[in-house]
Design a protein around this ligand. Structure first.
Ligand code: HEC
Length: 127
């Protein structure tokens, strides 16, 4: 009895590995990159609204990683945005495309919400 059970376990493990490798395959990553590039392009074309952007900031959870006094956010794993005072363009770049430990928000925020959150961060760090 012991042998077939072990065999089944081995087969199950092998299948899991194959599926895991397939899930990390180039196709998924490519479509995320394409989606991010499209969201980036679209967001750059749109006018952001800072009031709506404030809500997008909260729902997107940016404050978990960033400090931004205007939203009482005190995250520390990302740069302190009160100090960086990023341009609207830099916010659109990072939020749409992601960068190193900064996640892309493509598929999470709409291009309009990306433009809005950029308007909010830029405006709230320039007072
Ligand atoms: C999981 C943590 C995390 C979340 C959530 C997150 N960020 Fe970031 N962010 C980072 C990190 C880390 C960096 C620095 C990336 C690097 O330069 O290596 C960064 C960089 C940035 C930068 C560029 C700052 C600079 O000086 O280069 C901006 C602007 C920014 N984030 C805005 C946002 C906004 C807006 C949101 C919400 C939509 C957000 N981030 C959500 C971690 C996060």
């Amino acid at each position: 009895m012991a042998k077939p059970v072990l065999l089944n376990v081995a087969v199950a493990l092998a299948l899991t590995l194959v599926l895991a490798v397939a899930a990390c395959g180039g196709d998924d990553e490519d479509s995320i990159a394409v989606g991010a590039a499209k969201a980036h392009e679209a967001a750059l074309e749109l006018d952001g609204d800072a009031a709506r952007g404030r809500k997008a900031w909260t729902t997107a959870g940016c404050g978990a990683c960033h400090t931004l006094s205007s939203s009482q956010a005190d995250g520390t794993s990302g740069p302190n945005l009160d100090e960086v005072r990023p341009s609207q363009r830099l916010v659109v770049d990072r939020v749409a495309l992601g960068f190193r430990a900064m996640p892309t928000y493509q598929g999470i925020l709409t291009p309009q919400q990306i433009a809005d959150v950029a308007a909010y961060v830029a405006a709230s760090t320039r007072r």
